[in-house]
Design a protein around this ligand. Structure first.
Ligand SMILES: C[S@@+](CC[C@H](N)C(=O)[O-])C[C@H]1O[C@@H](n2cnc3c(N)ncnc32)[C@H](O)[C@@H]1O
Length: 407
């Protein structure tokens, strides 16, 4: 039988006392506040309440002050690892800023476990015909730049390339793909071909502006598969003559439908790249089950556009860790190469919402079969890739064809 619980009132003074105790590292006092709060709710709300003005939570205060034992206690008592303050920072950010690495590790662990559980719960509900992940409830309204970027209706929308051909936009003026990503795409192309080796069998999922496909073409692949689902993008591919390029095979359709067909044909890839739009994290996870089946052994290399949780560096780290664990279970190792990137504000002119929030490091995933020596052999340990935005060329995806039709 459920126990009836009284609601604990928000009490500013009590919250401030709790925050102060967390800053001071006073475990005894914190324990007594938690016990007091437990008479209203279990787990005790005192572990989770945030200061109304600043949004600071007990976990943030303890993380900022570097008290590992308090952070552990608060997490055990149900403090949310992912609450953010008014500045958009979570406890992990506070710990990172002060370089309390033991606390960072604790919070990454807590976040990863929570996310894996949440992911499993979402999957279960989906299997039972329940919640659509794209429609997961939002607890508060957020600014447009921080809306989730899944778009279940994307494939039914019209898309268009802007006049300067520097962006592919959907009906909401959200960017599907942008020119500033070119240096990253060049780096991804180089990675999945084992440091720009020619003659590989490669797969790119999601044509967009054809940037990575252009880079791959320069490496004269033995076979170059491109899966693209959007009719407008497909039309542009045909207009630009991609279907006539040597060794290119376009599979028009969703990868969810096209990949099983290629698998039935027995196709295996030396290099695979995934960069779709409007899809959910669970789609990426589903894609990984194909990576495990279609990435050639032992030297195949897989990568994906790493826009996971782009708003917050700590959340991004947790999301990368979740992917890494998932791939590990499939026998794949993941490393994240650091790429310096600068995205000028002017890049976003005419775009409704940013999907990259001023971070100057991009973590490029390099996924290989469980023999780490392959990555090290090609790239050396402690991988750093220089990408240079200023040297990029404007949309050489379509160099051959200034004649291209704007959709
Ligand atoms: C971000 S763009 C890819 C950009 C590309 N990497 C480049 O270098 O230009 C995403 C592309 O994925 C396509 N897409 C979205 N969902 C897809 C799906 N389920 N299967 C195949 N393509 C999909 C979109 O139509 C879009 O062209």
């Amino acid at each position: 039988m459920a126990t009836e619980q009284q609601n604990q009132p928000y009490n500013e003074e009590a919250v401030h006392k709790m925050l102060q105790a967390c800053t001071d590292g006073n475990l005894q006092l914190i324990s007594s506040y938690l016990e007091e709060s437990r008479q209203y709710t279990n787990p005790p709300l005192a572990a989770a309440l945030q200061d109304q003005a600043t949004g600071i939570s007990p976990l943030m205060a303890a993380a900022d002050a570097g008290h590992l034992n308090i952070c552990q206690k608060l997490l055990e008592e149900g403090a949310p690892w992912n609450a953010v303050c008014r500045k958009g920072l979570c406890a992990g950010d506070y710990a990172m800023n002060k370089q309390h690495w033991d606390i960072v590790n604790l919070l990454v662990d807590a976040g990863t476990k929570a996310e894996l559980l949440l992911g499993a719960a979402i999957r279960l509900q989906m299997q039972n015909g329940g919640m659509d992940p794209n429609l997961a409830p939002s607890t508060e309204s957020r600014p447009v730049g921080h809306e989730p970027c899944t778009k279940p209706d994307y494939l039914n929308q019209n898309v268009r390339y802007n006049a300067a051909n520097t962006a592919l936009l959907d009906e909401d003026d959200d960017a599907v793909m942008m020119e500033w990503e070119r240096p990253l795409m060049d780096a991804h192309a180089s990675i999945i071909t084992g440091n720009s080796q020619k003659g590989k069998v490669v797969l790119n999922v999601g044509f967009g502006m054809g940037i990575i496909d252009t880079a791959l073409q320069k490496l004269e692949p033995k076979m170059h598969f491109i899966i693209e689902a959007h009719p407008d993008v497909y039309k542009k591919m045909l207009n630009d003559g991609w279907d006539k390029r040597p060794n290119v095979r376009i599979c028009f359709g969703r990868w969810q439908d096209e990949l099983p067909k290629l698998m039935n044909e027995g196709v295996m890839f030396d290099g695979m790249f995934y960069d779709t739009y409007g899809e959910h994290f669970t789609d990426l996870e589903d894609f990984h089950s194909y990576v495990a089946k279609m990435l050639s052994k032992p030297n195949g290399i897989y990568s994906f556009f790493n826009g996971l949780a782009p708003d917050n560096l700590f959340f991004h780290g947790v999301a990368c860790q979740c992917v890494k664990l998932q791939l590990q279970q499939m026998g794949l190792d993941s490393e994240f190469a650091t790429c310096q990137i600068e995205v000028k504000d002017s890049e976003w002119d005419g775009v409704r919402r940013k999907y990259w929030h001023g971070r100057d490091v991009y973590y490029l995933p390099i996924v290989t079969w469980n023999n780490g020596h392959i990555v090290r052999e090609h790239f050396g340990a402690g991988i750093q890739i220089q990408v240079n935005n200023d040297k990029r060329r404007k949309s050489d995806a379509t160099d051959d064809d200034n004649k291209k039709t704007k959709i």
